[in-house]
Design a protein around this ligand. Sequence first.
Ligand code: HPA
Ligand code: MG
Length: 205
Amino acid sequence: TASYLGWFGYSLDLFNYPTHYSGDLDCVIIPHGVIMDRTERLARNIMDDLGDHDIVVLCVLKGGYQFCADLVERIKALSRNSNHTIPMRVHFIRLRSYLNDQSTEDLHILGAEDLSFLAGKGIVGTGKTMETLLQHVKAFKPKMIKVAGLLVKRVQHSLASVPDYVGFEIPNRFVVGYALDYNEYFRDLNHICIISESGKKKYKV
Ligand code: HPA
Ligand code: MG
């Protein structure tokens, strides 16, 4: 199993997960319920910071779709229960930079339009992806840009850019689940897990 910084993750036996992935995972590092609880708090923080600004949420596909959808739901719920409602529009763009578990040099941005608030991003790995995207978004001169990332990986050197809202800091390991994929597999897994060596082999392209 995964061994890093004395943290072994949760045994897979503690949770339900799709049986078609048995043998493909090492451990659960963030159970789905914990992601939901954290997302609720992030939504609160975002609401508190935003004041009266309209939001344009820019969801980064594909890995960010689940986090973005859940975060938007929580913001809506908080909005409903207060006299402080925030108009939200949601846009989608698509980035692709990973092959197997490796970051590739070429980053593709598809579908970027008129963007004035950035609020949903699934994951920040090296930070290279985020930097490139931010450059692109800044060109549209939004009033304010905020980045929300569910995960930030602990890396040796300090990150070039860190999201304004971070869900969890995790070890620098390749993770899957909650819409994060390995060659398009594991998006249908609710928990964030570490893929096993045999899992990597099985779904390698
Ligand atoms: N998992 C899935 N996709 C990713 C990751 C990861 O750990 N890092 C960057 N993209
Ligand atoms: Mg991917």
